[in-house]
Design a protein around this ligand. Sequence first.
Ligand code: PMP
Length: 376
Amino acid sequence: MIYFDNAATTAPLEEALSFYLKAVKDFPGNSSSTHGLGRQADRELEKARASILESFGLAKTHSLIFNSGATEGNNLAIKGIAHFYKNRGKKLITSSVEHPSVTNAFKELEKEGFEVVYLPVTEEGKVDPLSLEKALDKDTILVSIMGVNNETGAVNDLSALADLTHKFPKAFFHSDLTQAIGKVKVPYSKLDLFTYSSHKIGGLRGDGALIYLNKIKFAPLSDGGGQEFGFRSGTVNVPAVMTQAYVVKEALKGYESNLKHVKEISEYLRQNLNIPSEIRFNSPIDASPYVLNFSLINKKASVVLEALSEKGIYVSSVSACNSKGEPISEVLTAMGKSEGDARNSIRLSFSKRNTLEEAKTFVLAFKEVLEGVINR
Ligand code: PMP
């Protein structure tokens, strides 16, 4: 088997699983209970929170809400801020290539009367800071722009985008860092708030966090027992967040060596899949090496994906999150790609556990598949 769909999800690290199993047994209490087991679980919860903030270098300035992952985190960041600060202004800014958990949250707010600006992207799939500069004004209360695009790996200049936003003191800068944590350099301390999911970095599915400047407040998404500072009710999965603290630390610690390894795989594939009559690369040359996206010029991506799957090779077409709807990439469309290219893209995405040998096997199998599939 070759698994090149790590941006969709990646298997939990072996050590993370052992860590989780041990924590489930060792800390059986509900962290909200006031008895000894509850207090013990609560101590572990607070240790995990402190450890993650420390890993990001944000122990003094930021707070953290544990949640079910980036979809929830993005919704709370965007709707929670818009609703809480609605009397300060009505303008919200995002990009036209965000994950649906961002885009659809903004679409809901638009229905409520907020003004939302969807910034265009360059042909490389990045937000040009100049376009943000033009859109910002005194009525803006939130800017949300992703760190790394999940389909193309395009990396945004978060430092420049955050600096521009901060010229307007009422505006917060949020970033969806789901594909960025441990994979590219991120100016964490410049971000007012950011979201991620543990399962993209070797942790558990259904677990993640929203990290935010101490002073920020949110209108909660649901009512309940008031856990997580009243912003996210519901019993916290303490063993899961302890595991999260472990994988965040590992991801940040392993950044340089993992990057070097994955770059080698990604560069090998870019060179050896460079067949101009069959393939057009969509990932910019300076994209995160964890993602390599290209369009098939003559073949249907769905047919090639299925043929690869039959060989035990797993890749993605469009994005896993969009594939139930219309199978056209809105990201590639926003980058100005043709309809044919936007309907027939393949995304390879890697983890530190992939090998160069797998990349070599992939190239051979892929060429074989291309020969066996008829043109569209
Ligand atoms: N944002 C981005 C950029 C993503 O890639 C994903 C996962 N595909 C999400 C948000 C949502 O993450 P989750 O499904 O874990 O909530």
